[in-house]
Ligand binder design. Structure first.
Ligand SMILES: Nc1ncnc2c1ncn2[C@@H]1O[C@H](COP(=O)(O)OP(=O)(O)O)[C@@H](O)[C@H]1O
Ligand SMILES: [Mg+2]
Length: 284
């Protein structure tokens, strides 16, 4: 399943294959990250088999998308719980997959898109937040490594794609990149992973232009598929039999209609009380 959210100079649609890897949208303020992110969120409007959860500690970007998000974490504590839940889902999906398939397929259950606006807000902060930051790093790292085969996909936007934010293996896991304009060559190199592309010159083209960098493909100049006024309105939630609660095969879906029921805390997870027994996916 591909999400189409941008067009290249030659008019070809940019395809982000769910299950192919994780996505980083990076660039300086005003360069068009949010617009690209919105185009991506809109592209899921016709995909009932894509469920979205969000992390937005700045509480600006994702707020209008609340109706479309199964959960929206706006504090670091809530973000940790959400990421921890995603990690549990991955574990449960791996158990369910064992002996059946090696890769998640949409017939097993929905893809889960974990949308993080301003990744740096989650991964940097005061010394007092050090333990939480380390835990967030570890969770993102393991979701990055294991999520792909379990249908759990990270989409992270950041205006600070620094080594501090994109350290360790997370940088390698975010293999799909949409790099809009940045201020300096060093940052450009971090976003393009050393490819000979200069993101500092993109500013001359106007906002929204960026390089689409996909593994195994030549980089392409592209623009978020949005023209004129930026989209602020949230798309309607897609409905199909696949999304009606009873038929969901996901072992522990974040639940839209019971948002007041918080995702399991780490404590309840440790005691095992909130952990449902995974159901095996249907044979493909
Ligand atoms: N693809 C696009 N088409 C048209 N206008 C765009 C596009 N991308 C960005 N813009 C314009 O640039 C402004 C800044 O974009 P935004 O996405 O908010 O940047 P960022 O999130 O990187 O700060 C938007 O308000 C919008 O007017
Ligand atoms: Mg923005």
């Amino acid at each position: 399943m591909d999400l189409l959210f941008a067009s290249t100079l030659s008019g070809q649609r940019v395809r982000f294959p769910l299950g192919g890897g994780h996505l980083l949208i990076a660039g300086r303020t005003g360069a068009g990250k949010s617009t690209v992110l919105r185009a991506l969120l809109w592209s899921t409007a016709t995909c009932p088999d894509v469920h979205l959860v969000g992390v937005d500690l700045k509480q600006v970007e994702l707020a209008p998308w609340r109706p479309r998000l199964e959960h929206l974490a706006t504090t670091r504590t809530a973000a940790l719980r959400l990421l921890d839940t995603m990690r549990q889902i991955i574990d449960q999906r791996y158990s369910a997959l064992r002996g059946v398939a090696v890769q998640w397929d949409v017939t097993f259950g929905p893809y889960l898109l974990v949308v993080l606006d301003e990744l740096a807000e989650v991964l940097t902060g005061p010394c007092s937040a050090k333990v939480d930051i380390e835990e967030a790093e570890a969770l993102l790292d393991s979701i990055g490594r294991l999520g792909r085969a379990a249908g759990v996909v990270l989409v992270a936007a950041t205006q600070r794609p620094s080594v501090e934010v994109l350290g360790g293996s997370l940088r390698d896991q975010l293999a799909y990149r949409f790099g809009v304009a940045v201020w300096d060559k060093g940052t450009s190199g971090l976003v393009t992973q050393g490819a000979p592309l200069d993101l500092t010159s993109l500013g001359d083209l106007g906002p929204g232009w960026g390089y689409w960098i996909a593994p195994g493909q030549p980089a392409a100049l592209a623009r978020g598929a949005v023209t004129g006024t930026p989209i602020r309105r949230c798309p309607p939630t897609p409905r199909s039999p696949a999304t009606s609660g009873a038929s969901l095969r996901d072992p522990r879906p974040p639940h839209r209609t019971h948002r007041s029921r918080a995702v399991p805390t780490r404590r309840s997870t440790a005691s095992g009380t909130s952990r449902p027994s995974p159901r095996p996916p249907r044979s493909p």
